[in-house]
Design a protein around this ligand. Sequence first.
Ligand code: SF4
Length: 362
Amino acid sequence: MSRTKDRSKTKNFRQLLKQAKSIPEPVLKKLVKQKYHIIGNHSAVKMCGWTGKKIKGGIACYKNAFYGIESHRCIQSTPVLLFCNHACVFCWRMMPEESLILNKPAFSDTPAPEFEWDKSEAIVDQFISAHRKTVSGFGGSSLVGKTLFKEANDPKHVALSLTGEPTMYPYLSDLLSEFHKRGISTFLVTNGTFPEAIEKWETLPTQLYVSLVAPNKEVYLKAIRPISPILWEKYMKTLAMFPELGKKTRTVLRMTLTRNVNTAPIEGYIEQILIAKPHYAEVKSMVFVGGSRNPSRGLSFDSMLSMDEIREYAKKLADATGYLVAAEHIPSRIVLLCRDKEAVKKRLIDFKFLFPNAKTSS
Ligand code: SF4
């Protein structure tokens, strides 16, 4: 007789089911089991492994090494938990695998036109309180320093990169502004297939990431499995907008290199970096975790590139684009390329001056 409590029978779970109407019950069960904190109808927070490591006095994530992010004060989250118009084979999120195999949607991966989106001001503080819940368990541990724990409860950064495509959220720019008003910096990772949404933003994230996932359309269709082939052209349109966006905020292209999937031809990536001219390009290996381990994806540990292979790949890109190799983080198998000396000088964010008028969340 298994002793693990069946959370789906709990009052909390029933309440959550009513609250998060967009999430099918079997999926919600899995998410709760994986310690997702569901916010409103379609958002979530989940503690990042690096946050936990840092709170216990361990090493920080690569964004700390590259940009100065305090990992123990970071809210890993998403305003679009379930929806994405891509199904990258290397993605670690849960996906409707069966529909991808049968090519028949088991449950829709894009929101219906009448979908009920929560207003940003209604959910922003729930991101902060959910984060505090995720770190609360460290309070009683003798392994955790009082200062680190106190700081962890005063988040200074939000990473909108947990799962799903955040630019589907119509109030995203407002949400960014709400975080900035609270003195919380924002890193946003998008797949770049909604240039029309980005064009309308009044508030931009502190750092805007676009995932650089395929060297050309052929590899894109095979490895990224978009819901429509025209998304490639939309993605390329976003890359073309990047030089202008880069005048207003920090821009990054992030690669997820997967052996025998999207590492060739490198010329395609060189071309995209030269079109977008981001401040930073992150040359990173995929990580064989979560959904990427699903046998239907056809990946294995060997799908990951070694740190030496990543260094070599980054050097080839740097030589071809004129970018500068500036830093690396071995545990994350990643190398940072900077556009020029100016970008190298400014890569560590000076948070003191980021939000002078902010009302902090503590
Ligand atoms: S910035 Fe990313 S990797 Fe670093 S702690 Fe936050 S979610 Fe984790």
